[in-house]
Design a protein. Structure first.
Length: 184
């Protein structure tokens, strides 16, 4: 049973609720498994993983259970994530992403009209990085695909809602203005 629990939690992309683990085990093992049996097994697994030879454990988080690294390895993971974040988006990808973020849902041709150049490659890369997604098809001739941002985009840029995106007024400063401002 412990191996099944480890497999379930390992393959899940989000914390697995205890009830889901219990139902799955009951069906796979063809025997009634109680929640207390699952909790006991998780505790036994964690006792084995408590050894310094393991860098991870099963943690109760977000209404379920998930494998997470132990706090002792925070510095190593922090450095790795910092290095990974240095893999920046190209200028063309950033421009394309900004247009999609502010004008979504928008088609590729809509983005190309604004940028003035082809956007095949940047859109492909943004889809690959899961920063944008296909939101559907436009109700125009040819029914082109329309794109919008994803939750990963929100996480990447540290915003909760699209309304949190900076507005043009946030970028305009008087020292960048040419000429005098009319007070009429």
């Amino acid at each position: 049973m412990q191996s099944h629990i480890q497999a379930l939690i390992f393959c899940a992309q989000a914390p697995v609720p205890i009830e889901d683990i219990q139902k799955c085990l009951s069906e796979v093992l063809e025997v009634e498994v109680s929640i207390s049996d699952v909790l006991e097994s998780i505790e036994e697994i964690n006792q084995r993983f408590a050894d310094d030879g393991f860098a991870f454990q099963i943690y109760a988080i977000g209404g379920g259970y998930q494998f997470l690294t132990k706090p002792d390895y925070q510095d190593t993971i922090g450095l790795f994530l910092k290095q990974k974040s240095k893999r920046k988006l190209s200028t063309s990808s950033l421009e394309t992403l900004a247009i999609i973020a502010y004008k979504q849902p928008i088609s590729k041709s809509g983005v190309e009209q604004i940028r003035g150049v082809s956007c095949d490659y940047p859109i492909h890369k943004l889809l690959e990085k899961e920063l944008i997604e296909i939101k559907g098809k436009a109700n125009t001739i040819g029914r082109p695909l329309i794109y919008g941002t994803t939750q990963k985009f929100m996480d990447y840029f540290g915003i909760n809602h699209l309304k949190d995106l900076p507005q043009l007024k946030d970028f305009v400063s008087e020292e960048n203005a040419i000429g005098e401002i009319s007070e009429n």
